[in-house]
Ligand binder design. Sequence first.
Ligand SMILES: Nc1ncnc2c1ncn2[C@@H]1O[C@H](COP(=O)(O)OP(=O)(O)OP(=O)(O)O)[C@@H](O)[C@H]1O
Length: 256
Amino acid sequence: MTPLLEVRGLTKAYGGRIGCAEVSFTLWPGEVLGIVGESGSGKSTLLNCLAGHLAPDAGQVIFDTRGEGPRDVLAMTEPERRMLGRTDWAFVHQNPRDGLRMRISAGGNVGERLMAVGARHYGEIRAQAADWLARVEIAEGRIDDRPSAFSGGMQQRLQIARNLVTGPRLVFMDEPTGGLDVSVQARLLDLIRGLVRRMGLSAIVVTHDLAVVRLLADRLMVMKDGRVIETGLTDQVLDDPQAPYTQLLVSSVLQA
Ligand SMILES: Nc1ncnc2c1ncn2[C@@H]1O[C@H](COP(=O)(O)OP(=O)(O)OP(=O)(O)O)[C@@H](O)[C@H]1O
């Protein structure tokens, strides 16, 4: 089997400060990888380098593209990378405002992604948008409302619908349940888990919340000071952490 994503030696510094250093891993199709670590450990830097939002200083990010097989994303042209971002890749931001267009309707937010991949038939776009709103538990009657009229949890569910409607092959999630009330988080997590399982999604989920990775991730990568210090199956790492830092993280001694 060809890996969906192969990352080698990814490194990014901000001036003299390490963002992430020498990160290498393989993501297999249908796998969910969790990246955990306390604040400042390099999770966001890594995710943004992977998703093409930040230019790393060194390394390779090889993605198994639909049309041409494995290609180094960092060697792609900007338009090629943008196209990937609209089609095979999805990015769920922690703050839904960063991933939604707040001035267009909920249906428009979902439909826009479909149009970006060539959909033109208004009736079909609207029907698919309505179907996706239902899948993320947003009532049909809200299709013409703007996201600014939605609660934080609804906005996050809408962002997820907008991202998944085109059937991406790889989903990046940055603290997808962060910033929400605990009860809203639980429901959202449940919804994401259902979608991931049903669609067989491959995903990379960054979080400081171990409950999120416990529920979503098949495999875990623990980061500290920009480096990966432990990897393994989620249950293995959480139940029997090897690195002293992971032991602290799991025992909640560290404030994530
Ligand atoms: N734009 C930037 N300029 C300078 N240094 C940065 C910048 N962004 C991040 N850093 C530094 O890089 C390191 C990694 O930060 P990063 O935000 O990737 O960690 P994180 O694990 O995602 O933390 P958090 O959970 O708080 O977002 C930190 O030392 C941070 O101070």
